[in-house]
Design a protein around this ligand. Structure first.
Ligand code: RVK
Ligand code: MG
Ligand code: MG
Length: 315
């Protein structure tokens, strides 16, 4: 493993983690707004308004912390990290809020999520929005990535569509680390097990081929809070653009679940283009408190370090 490869991979880890946080913070002030309202808020250009991230990044931080501490997946520890980091002001989804409360009050971390939504479990995008560190850590092994994405998601989201969406997002991040943009859809289609996601991947291809309007993208792929209405939209936003800024501003401009679609697009784009492609002004404006910008960069470096050590041990 050469030094160039290590430097490049580290820049991609930083890009994905910082890119996710920046996308989250850019979308946060307009979350839930329709497309027209988002455009009017950002009418004077895409300047970061307050730089404060939401639950998407707070939970991404928990996943990274746990993967680093355990050199891999440890469900009990990851659930604990989610609970320790939990700050209600970050704006959590109601299902995730309830699962974390149940675990805090003593229910098993492995089963609490199965009680939600009448026993069906959540298909919200809360598992996908935070999954980037799994895509980074398992970037070289699709089988492990898929298995760990499911396990990580199941802590809060036990519905198949919630977990499959998160796994798809994790694989998109991994393919971006590997530099596979051209054949990303082909690879995603190969592993997408549900008809829902197979269908969505097909729609992404059709929309890219016909240079679709925003309205077509919203109606075919969605901009909502369900994983199947937002993960495909993030992948499309990455694929249609030629650089980090265009992909993330497009994702946010669609309206709806803007912080989350922004975060997921930012994670894929950052993993592909690397840290240097993220607009400096956005990074500088990103909050830098106790677990802010500097901490996120440190987590990306530590995650990369652990990964490279494991790779060196293997080869
Ligand atoms: C506030 C029916 C279901 C369902 C099921 C719907 C933060 C519900 C982040 C639910 C993200 C919503 C977002 C979200 C992440 C899910 N039957 N409806 N089986 N499963 N839903 O509550 O962490 O913003 O309307 O599990 O996935 O920025 O409330 O939360 O935008 O999807 O929250 O799912 O949300 P939850 P989450
Ligand atoms: Mg959020
Ligand atoms: Mg959101």
């Amino acid at each position: 493993m050469g030094l160039d490869f290590q430097i490049d991979v580290n820049a991609k880890f930083r890009g994905a983690m910082l890119g996710g946080a920046v996308g989250d913070a850019l979308g946060a002030p307009v979350e839930g707004h329709p497309m027209e309202k988002v455009r009017s808020v950002y009418s004077r250009g895409w300047e970061m308004i307050h730089g404060r991230y939401t639950d998407d990044t707070e939970m991404m931080i928990g996943i990274a912390e746990s993967l680093i501490a355990n050199k891999g997946f440890n469900g009990a520890d990851m659930a604990l990290k989610f609970i320790r980091n939990y700050n209600v002001k970050r704006g959590y989804g109601p299902g995730t809020k309830e699962v974390l409360r149940r675990i805090r009050e003593g229910e098993s971390w492995a089963e609490a999520s199965e009680k939600l939504f009448g026993g069906k479990g959540s298909y919200g995008n809360g598992a996908a929005m935070r999954i980037a560190p799994v895509g980074l850590f398992y970037f070289d092994t699709t089988d492990m990535l898929w298995e760990i994405a499911y396990k990580t998601s199941n802590i809060t989201h036990s519905h198949e569509l919630g977990k499959a969406g998160a796994a798809l997002q994790a694989l998109a991040v991994a393919l971006a680390v590997r530099g596979q943009k051209e054949d990303m859809l082909l690879k995603l289609k190969e592993v997408a097990k549900t008809d829902m996601y197979k269908g969505k991947v097909g729609k992404i291809k059709a929309l890219l081929d016909e240079s679709a309007t925003e309205k077509m993208v919203i109606s075919e792929l969605g901009n909502g809070v369900a994983a199947f209405e937002s993960v495909p939209t993030a992948i499309y936003s990455f694929l249609r653009a030629g650089n980090f800024k265009d992909s993330v501003t497009y994702a946010v401009s669609l309206g709806g679940d803007t912080d989350t679609i922004g975060a997921m697009t930012g994670a894929i784009s950052g993993a592909y283009y690397g840290e240097a492609a993220i607009p400096k002004a956005w990074v500088e404006r990103l909050e830098d408190g106790e677990k802010g910008r500097g901490y996120i960069v440190k987590l990306a470096d530590d995650l990369c370090q652990v990964k490279l050590q494991l790779l060196q041990g293997r080869y």
